[in-house]
Design a protein around this ligand. Sequence first.
Ligand SMILES: [Zn+2]
Length: 146
Amino acid sequence: MNSSCFYCQKDQRLENLMIKISDLHTSTLYLNKDQTHSGRSILALDSHKKELFGLSSSERQFFIEDLSNAAKALQKTFAPQKINYAIYGDVVSHLHVHLVPKYQQGPDWGGAFVHDPAVTKALTEQEYNQLADKIHQHLNLEGVRK
Ligand SMILES: [Zn+2]
């Protein structure tokens, strides 16, 4: 746990950016509040580690399983043409993956998605909750003990 990290503290800074969809094996899936790309989500590792090579082999396997599970749920929910995956963490070094569904007729198709677009697309709290519920229904939660 890191006292200055919002993924560890799960405080207001986190709530301003995302809402929780579900606990998974070794990570937590969140819906990104900027929905410029419909279904944009974030998968954050449960422990404060910086790089993939800092995880134990089994933790890494579970993390990749969680990532695949999350991506499949997004595919089923939003039917994008492709899902983009991005691990940055220059500023917030807690390991997390951006899952960004991409649409042929939508923004940034064929290129890298804009991480912090100048104009974001916000939804109502009710719409966020509905989307989170839909994604949650498509997750495979078998064996998830949290
Ligand atoms: Zn952290």
